[in-house]
Design a protein around this ligand. Structure first.
Ligand code: XMP
Ligand code: MG
Length: 190
């Protein structure tokens, strides 16, 4: 209630306005997502997880460890021109995959889908490389995402249109280290 400060014990006193998804709820949902993705794959064709840096890095480590089947892990970093809190859909690759994905079943692991523009670009880009399948798992999804035609097969939580931080998500590179997802206090960015 009033007076409880979820960021305080992690060194961010007075910066968050609310807890949105507690650590325990995140872990429970990640277990469900991991089992759902695993059920759609076989041991003969293990998924190649493509973690989209940096936001999904915390999620992918818990996700991979919760999966009851093996997976392989690759990283890609993209940047979407725009402000600190919204994207434009004009995307540039900062770090590409280290490997060829031809014939592989890839699973793009995303932290959050907001406008969906970044993801839409990424799916098209990866599709040109000849993978056997492309699926998407996103921990969080905002309502705006319905406007973009990307099939996100696995979604953790649908959240309101508010700026969230924690569990990989940052504002100016801060808060990624929080074990939960919270709302950033408006006084921190307005
Ligand atoms: P689009 O709009 O392309 O944007 O789906 C996805 C990327 O935008 C960032 N994003 C956020 N980051 N809290 C954040 O820390 C948020 O509430 C938020 N909404 C969007 C994020 O980098 C994501 O990959
Ligand atoms: Mg960011």
């Amino acid at each position: 209630g009033e007076g409880w400060d979820p960021g305080a014990v992690h060194g961010y006193p007075g910066e968050l306005s609310a807890m949105l998804i507690p650590a325990q709820a995140l872990q429970a949902k990640i277990g469900e997502l991991a089992r759902a993705v695993a059920a759609d794959h076989t041991l003969e064709s293990p998924p190649l997880l493509i973690c989209v840096l940096k936001g999904a890095v915390i999620f992918v480590t818990d996700f991979a460890r919760a999966m009851p089947i093996p997976s392989e892990l690759e990283f890609m970093a993209v940047t979407s021109y725009g402000s600190a809190t919204s994207s434009s859909g004009v995307v540039r690759i900062l770090k590409d995959l280290d490997r060829d994905i031809t014939g592989r079943r890839v699973v793009i692991v995303e932290d959050i889908i907001d406008s969906g523009l970044t993801l839409s670009w990424l799916v098209k880009n990866l599709a040109t490389r000849g993978p056997a399948a492309i699926d998407v798992v996103a921990l969080l999804r905002k309502p705006e995402a319905v406007k973009v035609d990307v099939d996100v097969r696995y979604v953790g939580f649908d959240i309101p249109t508010e700026f969230v931080v924690g569990y990989g998500l940052d504002y100016a590179e801060r808060y990624r280290d929080l074990p939960f997802v919270g709302l950033l206090g408006e006084h921190m960015y307005r």
